[in-house]
Design a protein around this ligand. Sequence first.
Ligand code: ADP
Ligand code: MG
Length: 262
Amino acid sequence: MTTAQHTAEAAAAVEIHNAHKSYGVNHVLAGVSLAVPAGQVAAILGPSGSGKSTLLRAINHLEKLDVGYVAINGEPVGVRRHGDRLKELPEQAILAQRARIGFVFQNFNLFPHLTVLDNVTAAPVATRQHSRADAVELARALLASVGLADKADAYPRQLSGGQQQRVAIARALALRPGVILFDEPTSALDPELVGDVLAVIKDLATSGTTLVIVTHEVGFAREVADLVVFLDAGRIVEQGPPSEVIDNPRHPRTREFLSKVL
Ligand code: ADP
Ligand code: MG
C-alpha cells in the first residue's frame, strides 16, 4: 500500500462495506459501499423508496444490516469483526457509539414536553459528557449559532418548523459528534423556511464535521457537497463530485431523476 492510499483510508470518517438489508422479499439495500473522508460532505440523492433512509439509519445502527457493516473513523458500529464474521456488540456499547454520531430527522423529533434549552442539554447531561451548568452554557452558545438565542425557554410547539429543525441541529451538535447524518432535513418545511435551515447546514459544512445529507435540494447539494451519491433501488448507480454526478451524469437513471427534480 502506498502512503497516499494509506492516508486516504485512515481519513475515511464514514465507511459502508457491502451493505445488504431486506424487509421480507424487499431487498432495500443491495450491496452498498461508500467511503466519506473526514471533514467532507456527502449528499445522497435518489427516488422515494430507493433505500436512502435505511442506509442513513444503518450508519448509526438504528437499522441492523443483514450483510456488511459500517465503520466510523475505522471502528465498526454496533459490531465487532471476528475474521469474516461480525459479532453484535452489547446494547450499551451501541448506545455509546451512537452518541458520537448526530442524527437530524425529517420531522425534527424534538422532545415535546421539554423546553428548547432542555432538548439541547438532555443528551450531554444524560451521557455525563457535561455537568448541567456546562451543558447549559454550551446549549446557549449552540442556540445562538443557529439564530435561536431568544427561544431557549420556548417549547417546540411554539416554534415554526424551521426553528424546530434548527433546535434539532443544535441538539445534534451538543454531543460534539464527528459525524452528523441528515435525513431530508428540509422536506417537511414550508418553502420560505428552507433557506434558514440550509444556511445552518452550510455553516457546518465548512466546520470540519463530516456530514451525510439525504436531500432533494439538488442546488444545495451542488453547492456544499464534496461527494454526491445517487442511489436507486438499493444500489449506488453513480457517485462523484457534483460537477460529474449533478452536472454531467453518466447513468440514464441519474439523468432521468435529475430531470424530474431540477
Ligand atoms: P427512501 O428513504 O429512499 O425513501 P427507505 O429507506 O425509507 O427509502 O425505504 C426503502 C424501502 O424499504 C421502501 O420500500 C420501504 O417501504 C421499505 N421499508 C423501510 N423501512 C421499513 C420497515 N421498517 N419495514 C418494512 N419495510 C420498510
Ligand atoms: Mg427517506
